[in-house]
Design a protein around this ligand. Sequence first.
Ligand code: FES
Length: 116
Amino acid sequence: MGASEWRLIGNLADIPRSGARRVRIGEVEVGVFRTANDQLFALEDVCPHLGGPLSEGIVHGNSVTCPLHNLVIDLESGQSVDPKPKCVRSCMIRLEGDQVFLSNPDLHELASKRLS
Ligand code: FES
């Protein structure tokens, strides 16, 4: 992907370790998650249960627990750990030096699905 296909959203230091930060781009809110071992993941910041803000959840291992009703979401797959798994849409994320980028095509996809 070329440079125009990535959107700079900030620095790694802006995202707390074992935590998350919400990024709003147009109508889309993305939760950017940083694990204890500095892996980064980006998911639409909407819990598939009842729309809770996943970026306000607790990050543990490669998962986040929704702050509203404790649904656990796997950050790699976006899928809930649940007898009836539900899925959160994800966005590719890239770290270059200490700068964090999200995939513009994925952001457009999230925006278009949100409007449909
Ligand atoms: S809204 Fe996330 S578990 Fe209910």
